[in-house]
Design a protein around this ligand. Structure first.
Ligand SMILES: [Ca+2]
Ligand SMILES: [Ca+2]
Length: 697
């Protein structure tokens, strides 16, 4: 029956992240610190923090003793980390390494450093959290390592020996002293995950994207006793729940408000949860709904776009239409020089690029196309430096602009030239002056071919020397070789306020302007990856930073566009940042939403066709005011650390949460890190009390 009606469709749900202790089994305990005679020492080289180790019988995870480490970080410039060493051998590949650790909540990065049989040193990040108290810290010995010296083959040649549990400072210049404890150091084996849950959905929707009012049903089965399910919103408020037999349970629920939702499916055996998967979904307000502020206008943002990888054949075509449903019609992609000019001076659009450009044209999307990277037919496949290679690159760019006329009007010259992105260490001069020498003739050739093309220079410079590198490029390109310039001011996992995003971008823009640079800044990449491990943010942080970053950058007045990096997860490895930058999940999971895409979509809807007016920052609260064409204001407000209670003056007509759900109208609101939207007139934050100060004299 079900197969016949065509409404039910199998769907892959996202496996819930397992806790570190359920990812591994202990193979052999190396030290439980239960006996006298400490077999550990601490290194005190030039890169090490001061530290001292002793056996502590007053504190332990298990038994009667643990290793106590007293440390002091003094704020050294280059390196400073604790390094604990013992005599342990790891005989062969495939092991994990872990231990229980207790600390005070300082967000340390914890790594394992091993020396392989050739003397090559390998370092791998271990999973550790910033929560105080005892936690299990572990990782795969031969996971993503950085390696140096020895035979230099970048392989862990076994047997290898740990030469340090390295506990690194949370940031450069960190100062602090304290104690931490370690217990039950062990060699581990990764525990196999069982994957027996099978889920079908009705009605199926690309991207798990629904509308307010929709009813959704899932059938779930797996090898266990029963299934338990709950549906919750972004703030983990439960909307529905139920259970059923593991041979076939049905979860049926109704979306009565807009937002991001998670339907968590648990498979139980003997009352123990053995598998957990999540069906992520969203309900959006109708794109042309009367409910929308500003009435029946199409939602489209000139300011917010996304990065994509159609040009690397990593994005399925339907994901482009999904962008549009979220209110995004600008995407940044690429068509490689080496593919477009596979035969010298003969240009041909590759089929996959023709297909995605055609889809973009059908959907009236506005692509930004990067001219990029090496071509084996020029300069030994390195950076184009010679006059011949530069002329070749300019000619490819001009031809590509000509061939895509009518579909593409925005181009960017290269991506991260100085950083060497996409070049895998290939030869050539990739300093700022060499970039300027490439930019000038490329700009001229493209503008000659297509005068109304928008050509963005600089190619996404970033890092501590960003401004001077741009000025260096202007020195050889001249000030007439770009219509806008681009930067990639990444700062993850730090939030945009604490890391002074506004100040950094404003200072760069001032330097560029003083040097005669024309046009505004385009942020052609910025993002917060949601991988597990150092540098990763949770999905909630990604969502709130996404909204706040857009508002803060808008307020600078020097930024014209943002292309968020990136729209969709690029892979399935939860421990690799590059696989987890997406605002939606990988296509293996039907491009299911993360909260970030819903939050961005709400920001776009709320501020569509509105003019930015002001940003106010008082205490820890931020409020930005936009003005709609009908004269009404939209205020976006949040608190950047602890919550704050504020009273608004003016006329409040409507309030929405970060996920677009309507809230009771009131002039007093509680602000948190999750921005809220207030619609009305003459809106201003009047009084402001940190929640922790409430009730205090
Ligand atoms: Ca112990
Ligand atoms: Ca090696």
């Amino acid at each position: 029956m079900r197969a016949a009606d065509g409404q039910w469709q199998p769907i892959e749900c996202v496996p819930a992240d397992r806790t570190t202790e359920t990812m591994f089994d202990v193979v052999r305990t190396c030290d439980d610190f239960e006996t006298e005679g400490l077999k550990w020492n601490t290194w005190l080289g030039g890169q090490n923090a001061r530290s001292d180790v002793q056996r502590d019988t007053a504190e332990h995870y298990r038994g009667t003793g643990s290793l106590r480490v007293d440390y002091e970080f003094v704020g050294q410039r280059d390196f400073e980390y604790i390094q604990l060493n013992s005599d342990i051998e790891i005989p062969k590949p495939g092991y994990g390494f872990g231990f229980w650790m207790k600390h005070d909540g300082t967000p340390f990065t914890v790594r394992l450093r091993c020396v392989d049989v050739s003397g090559e040193t390998h370092q791998v990040d271990l999973l550790a959290s910033a929560k105080p108290g005892w936690q299990f810290v572990a990782g795969l010995v031969d996971g993503h390592t950085t390696a140096w010296s020895g035979d230099g083959n970048k392989r862990q040649d076994y047997p290898c020996r740990p030469v340090g549990i390295c506990i690194d400072r949370p940031r450069v210049g960190f100062q602090g002293k304290g104690s931490l404890w370690i217990d039950d150091v062990a060699l581990l084996s990764p525990r196999k995950e069982s994957h027996t849950l099978h889920v079908e959905v009705q009605p199926p929707r690309y991207g798990n994207l629904y509308a307010v009012g929709d009813e959704i049903a899932l059938t779930v089965r797996g090898q266990g006793q029963h299934i338990r399910w709950t549906v919750a919103d972004f703030w983990n408020r439960q909307l529905a729940a139920g259970q059923g037999p593991a041979k076939g349970a049905e979860a049926r629920f109704h979306l009565d408000k807009a937002g991001y939702f998670a339907c968590t499916l648990e498979l139980l055996d003997d009352d123990r949860v053995i598998e957990t998967e999540v069906f992520h979904l969203a309900a959006l307000l109708d794109l042309w709904s009367e409910d929308l502020l500003g009435g029946k206008t199409s939602v489209r943002s000139d300011f917010a776009g996304v990065c994509s990888h159609f040009g690397q054949r990593a994005y399925p075509l339907p994901s482009m239409e999904l962008m549009l449903h979220y209110g995004i019609d600008q995407f940044r992609d690429e068509i490689h020089w080496r593919v477009y000019e596979a035969q010298k001076a003969h240009y041909a659009m590759p089929d996959y690029a023709a297909a995605y450009l055609q889809r973009a044209a059908e959907l009236k999307m506005r692509p930004l196309i990067i001219f990029d990277y090496n071509n084996p037919r020029y300069d030994g496949d390195g950076f184009p430096n010679s006059p011949e290679a530069i002329a070749g690159f300019a000619a490819y760019s001009a031809d590509l602009a000509r061939q895509t006329q009518g579909t593409v009007t925005m181009f960017e010259v290269w991506n991260e030239w100085i950083g060497g992105c996409g070049m895998s260490g290939r030869p050539g001069d990739h300093g700022p002056e060499a970039y300027g020498r490439l930019l000038k003739p490329t700009y001229e050739a493209v503008k000659k071919a297509v005068p109304n093309a928008m050509v963005v220079g600089i190619g996404g410079e970033y890092g501590p020397h960003c401004a001077e590198n741009i000025v260096g490029s202007l020195g050889t390109a001249g000030t007439d070789a770009m219509d806008a310039w681009s930067i990639h001011p990444y700062r993850y996992p730090r939030g945009p306020e604490e890391s002074d995003l506004i100040g950094e971008v404003t200072r760069i823009a001032n330097r560029v302007s003083e040097a005669g640079g024309r046009g505004k800044a385009w942020i052609t990449e910025i993002g917060w990856p949601t991988h597990r491990g150092p540098g990763g943010s949770d999905e909630a942080a990604q969502a709130r930073y996404c909204v706040r970053t857009h508002v803060l950058l808008k307020s600078t007045g020097v930024v014209e566009k943002i292309f968020w990096y990136d729209f969709k997860d690029d892979g399935l490895n939860r421990f690799y940042n590059e696989h987890n930058f997406g605002l939606v999940h990988h296509q293996h999971f039907n491009c299911a939403p993360k909260p970030g895409i819903v939050a961005l979509s709400v920001l776009i809807r709320m501020t569509a066709a509105a003019e930015f007016e002001t940003l106010d920052h008082t205490g820890n609260t931020w409020s930005a005011v936009y003005r709609k064409s009908d004269g009404r204001q939209v205020m976006v407000a949040w608190a950047d650390d602890e919550a704050a209670s504020v009273t608004l003056s003016g006329q409040v007509e409507a309030t929405f949460d970060m996920m677009g759900s309507s809230q009771p109208v009131s002039t007093s609101i509680e602000l948190t890190g999750d921005p809220v939207y207030v619609v009305g007139k003459e809106l201003k934050i009047q009084t402001n009390t940190r929640s922790s100060e409430k009730g205090q004299p």
